[in-house]
Design a protein around this ligand. Structure first.
Ligand code: NAP
Length: 305
């Protein structure tokens, strides 16, 4: 019987693990299919306090894991496939393993959203990607595009200029959503060209089995045009990873966990931390902060029980 089972091993989950184990709670982390979470596919992180020179996402997660491991956290590989939320105690299954815990912290984060076009699915891995750090290298010297207008799109567009000869940033409005600092960086980069008021009408190249271009539609004039590119990076936001909790824990209409009080969910004894219940801030540091809060709340819950 664990005191706390933490689902997810990004900054929220691992910070919760550090705080829980340091408070002498017997702690297990169900790591998920991508241990370390989204930071494992992030390049340089410039805004995590304590790293004035910046730090690569995977290195930051490696350090957090080392710190959690030092205090005695146990890890279970794989994704959570089922949870019996009728406790406490709660029963959690991941692969062939089932564990019981007096409290649970959900820190499953979110995953990249796709446009939802058939051509996008067919050309995934053949020019279409949602991970600049994973696939950017394949586009050395080529012309590519990024779709989206938030920080992810701006960060990816800027990062991809390390490889690509030109990056067209396609945005559906005439104003970017991303922060001023990120906008400045992208706009000052000579290799980045912003295509305003435009959406992708079709991704071209299905017959050739490789991306050959994009048919764009100007949403103001309805005018169609073709942008010849060999790569397309989708950066249009994220969806919370909460499918397994449907019908068991209250979710809002976008699938985020409904937070009743700080980190409390609708089920007493089950807490949340990070992007999975935070549609607003979604930063590594705010996820880590919520991880700390959730561990303290779980400890108090066990004490009160
Ligand atoms: P986001 O802020 O939700 O932005 C998503 C962007 O994609 C928006 O510009 C949106 O357009 C556009 N979009 C959404 N659906 C679309 C569709 N179907 N077709 C075309 N465009 C579409 O998501 P994000 O950029 O992933 O950022 C999420 C959070 O993480 C933010 O809080 C951000 O600050 C943070 N973040 C921080 C960093 C950093 O600090 N280093 C890096 C990355 C992300 P509209 O603007 O028209 O809605």
């Amino acid at each position: 019987m664990y005191d706390v089972a933490i689902i997810g091993s990004g900054p929220a989950g691992l910070t919760a693990a550090i705080y829980a184990t340091r408070s002498d709670m017997k702690t297990v982390v169900i790591e998920g299919l991508t241990p370390g979470g989204q930071l494992m596919i992030t390049s340089e992180v410039e805004n995590f306090p304590g790293f004035p020179e910046g730090i690569e996402g995977p290195e930051l997660m490696g350090r957090m894991r080392k710190q959690a491991t030092k205090f005695g956290v146990e890890y279970l590989p794989g994704d959570l496939s089922d949870i019996d939320a009728s406790g406490p105690p709660f029963k959690l299954t991941a692969g062939k393993n089932t564990v019981e815990a007096k409290s649970v912290i959900i820190a499953t984060g979110s995953s990249a959203r796709w446009l939802g076009m058939e051509s996008e699915t067919k050309l995934r891995g053949k020019g279409v990607s949602a991970c600049a750090t994973c696939d950017g290298f394949f586009f050395t010297g080529k012309e590519i595009a990024v779709v989206g207008g938030g920080d992810s799109a701006l960060e990816e567009a800027t990062f991809l200029t390390k490889f690509a000869s030109k990056v067209s940033l396609i945005h559906r409005r005439d104003e970017l959503r991303g922060t001023a600092a990120m906008q400045k960086k992208a706009k000052e980069n000579k290799k980045v060209a912003i295509v305003w008021n435009s959406v992708i009408d079709e991704i071209l190249g299905v017959e050739e089995d490789r991306l050959t271009g994009l048919r764009l539609k100007n949403v103001k004039t309805d005018e169609l045009s073709v942008l010849p590119v060999e790569g397309l990076f989708i950066a249009i936001g994220h969806t919370p990873a909460t499918k397994v909790f449907e019908g068991k824990i209250d979710l809002d209409k976008k699938g985020y966990i409904v937070v009743t009080d700080n980190t409390r969910t609708s089920v007493p004894g089950i807490f949340m931390a990070g992007d999975v219940g935070d549609p607003r801030y979604k930063q590594a540091i705010s996820a880590a902060g919520l991880g700390c809060m959730a561990a303290i709340d779980a400890l108090r819950f066990i004490d009160e029980e």
